[in-house]
Ligand binder design. Structure first.
Ligand SMILES: [Mn+2]
Length: 274
């Protein structure tokens, strides 16, 4: 089917389902391209195998960071101990651990392609941000994460506040909000406050909270938005939003979408419970 770009949902260390999915979509390992929606590592049985494959694709794989990837970085520098269930020691004890740490550190929180008219972020795009603002705020975080203040950033990254964007935010609270919005957001209210307590589907949630993609965003320049992070919501196909976290690490499915396809073309494989 010519040169193809596929976006794939949250992997969380599930290499075997990734191999099965690539086979099912007839992915050409020597020429096709992948977009990964973040949470490459953590919880699943083979985070190392996932990273090895993604790294081997070089510039043909584009990844955005998820909360588990950032947690991995914090574990690597000793800020948060990796829990047994994270299954990160395979990387942290590896002789080439710096290679893996550097790879994750150098990924962005957001990726936009005008050619594909598509933007991806692990959790999504805060509904009150324009596309340009989201891109620029994401760069603020990357500059700090990839610079001399990396460890300070990872130390200040944890926490649920501030809950609402305010352009006058500065310092760590500003970077924390941007990071939370792009990597952890699920529900918010009509005033723009993010809620990090609710994790389920929309059914069991207080009525003042809605999924972030229920708040229309007129500032996306008609771009399609692809996100992951929300396995309990499952597949979301509500133009221009496409949610692809179909719960692979929980034994459900791993899903991919073909970005050049004229109509939304989603392919999934079943996964084993990790
Ligand atoms: Mn996540």
């Amino acid at each position: 089917m010519g040169l193809a770009t596929w976006a794939i949902g949250d992997l969380q260390g599930c290499r075997a389902p990734l191999d099965r999915l690539l086979e099912k979509i007839s992915f050409d390992i020597s020429s096709d391209r992948l977009w990964l929606l973040g949470d490459l590592v953590g919880r699943g049985p083979d985070s190392l195998g996932v990273l090895d494959l993604i790294i081997s694709l070089g510039e043909r794989a584009i990844t955005v960071l998820g909360n588990h990837d950032l947690h991995f970085l914090a574990s690597a520098v000793g800020i948060k101990p990796a829990k047994e269930k994270d299954q990160l020691n395979q990387i942290l004890d590896h002789p080439d651990r710096e290679k893996y740490i550097n790879f994750i550190t150098n990924q962005s929180l957001i990726h936009y392609s005008p050619e594909q008219n598509t933007v991806m972020a692990h959790a999504g795009i805060y509904p009150w941000w324009s596309l340009d603002l989201a891109l620029s705020l994401s760069s603020e975080v990357s500059a700090v994460l990839q610079g001399a203040q990396k460890i300070d950033f990872l130390r200040h990254m944890y926490g649920d506040t501030p809950t609402r964007w305010d352009p006058s935010l500065a310092g760590w609270p500003r970077l924390r909000f941007i990071t939370n919005a792009l990597t952890r957001m699920r529900f918010c209210d009509q005033h723009g406050h993010l809620d990090f307590d609710q994790k389920g589907s929309a059914v069991s949630t207080p009525t003042h909270l809605r999924p972030w993609f229920d708040f229309p965003n007129a500032q996306l320049n008609k771009a399609r938005v692809i996100f992951g992070h929300w396995s309990t919501m499952g597949l979301v196909n509500r133009h221009p939003y496409l949610g692809l976290d179909t719960g692979c690490v929980w034994g459900e499915c791993l899903s991919a979408v073909h970005l050049e396809a004229e109509h939304v073309n989603i392919v999934s494989v079943p996964c084993d419970r990790a």
